[in-house]
Design a protein around this ligand. Structure first.
Ligand SMILES: NC(=O)c1ccc[n+]([C@@H]2O[C@H](COP(=O)([O-])OP(=O)(O)OC[C@H]3O[C@@H](n4cnc5c(N)ncnc54)[C@H](OP(=O)(O)O)[C@@H]3O)[C@@H](O)[C@H]2O)c1
Length: 241
């Protein structure tokens, strides 16, 4: 892997997929900041050198702006952003409350806007590479996840637009769309539902978090210098129906 930049932010970088992305960046010598509400603190302590936690709620623009400012004040630069923080609150649409809808959109979509908007001017001056974590649920739909699918689908349009607006200034923006991954987010899926998902996955298993982190780290790196506005599905060959 090659990274000519120095400083990264990974939202939700304290657990699951985000933690593996954080570890990969730190292993490559990148000073990496985890933005999350709480989980990142322990992870940053455990990783130690070159890994830092700043308590941040991605749904709160002012909180995000303050955290980005802290990074830039410390290092004078921001090169990489991984919008990974995400959350599910599943229900069939007839039962979904406006709160269940709104909270998921707020974290998964407004959070991506807030972090990107607050970092963009610095990213353009720096190495300028963004990876946004979507989901196959956003590409294919998934019953019970109208809120989540809508948020993850919107991330694709957002990223393609971002890539077009700032490509001239050498900013790259790409999407990783994972299938099912063994993390906290999927641990409550009932066994019978899990089996029905496995039926549709060619590799017949859920991914490990690092199997999503590696493609995300590739897209972020200089090795992907001619890739922008793309969606990389990392789903073990998942298709519904
Ligand atoms: N697991 C899967 O099967 C799967 C499939 C497709 C896509 N994804 C996507 O992958 C990403 C990572 O999820 P994961 O599976 O690794 O689950 P995870 O371990 O639950 O990670 C989610 C992270 O988001 C952070 N977060 C949640 N709300 C936040 C907020 N308001 N502000 C800041 N940070 C917040 C959490 O940290 P705090 O609690 O400390 O805030 C947590 O570290 C998500 O975007 C998810 O939608 C996952």
């Amino acid at each position: 892997m090659e990274y000519s930049g120095e400083v990264a932010v990974v939202t939700g970088g304290g657990s699951g997929i985000g933690e593996q992305i954080t570890r990969g960046l730190v292993d490559n010598g990148i000073k990496t900041y985890i933005f999350s509400r709480s989980r990142g603190e322990e992870t940053a302590d455990e990783i130690g050198k070159n890994c830092y936690f700043i308590e941040t709620d991605v749904t709160d623009f002012q909180s995000v702006e303050g955290s980005v400012q802290e990074v830039v004040d410390r290092h004078g630069v921001l090169d990489y952003l991984v919008n990974n923080a995400g959350f599910t609150s599943d229900n069939l649409l007839l039962r979904m409350s406006p709160e269940e809808w709104g909270r998921v959109i707020d974290v998964n979509l407004n959070g991506v806007f807030n972090c990107t908007r607050a970092s963009l001017r610095y990213l353009i001056k720096g190495k300028g590479s963004i990876v946004n974590v979507s989901s196959v649920s956003g590409l294919l739909g998934n019953p019970g996840q109208a809120n989540y699918s809508a948020s993850k689908s919107a991330i694709v349009g957002f990223t393609k637009t971002l890539a077009q607006e700032y490509g001239k200034r050498e900013l790259r923006a790409n999407v990783v769309a994972p299938g099912f991954v063994d993390t906290r987010l999927t641990e409550d899926i009932p066994e019978n539902k899990k089996y029905s998902y496995l039926d549709n996955i060619i590799l017949k298993r859920f991914a490990e978090p690092e199997e999503i982190a590696h493609p995300a780290l590739f897209l972020l790196s200089d090795k992907a210098s001619y890739i922008t506005g793309t969606v990389l599905r990392v789903d073990g060959g998942l298709s519904f129906g």
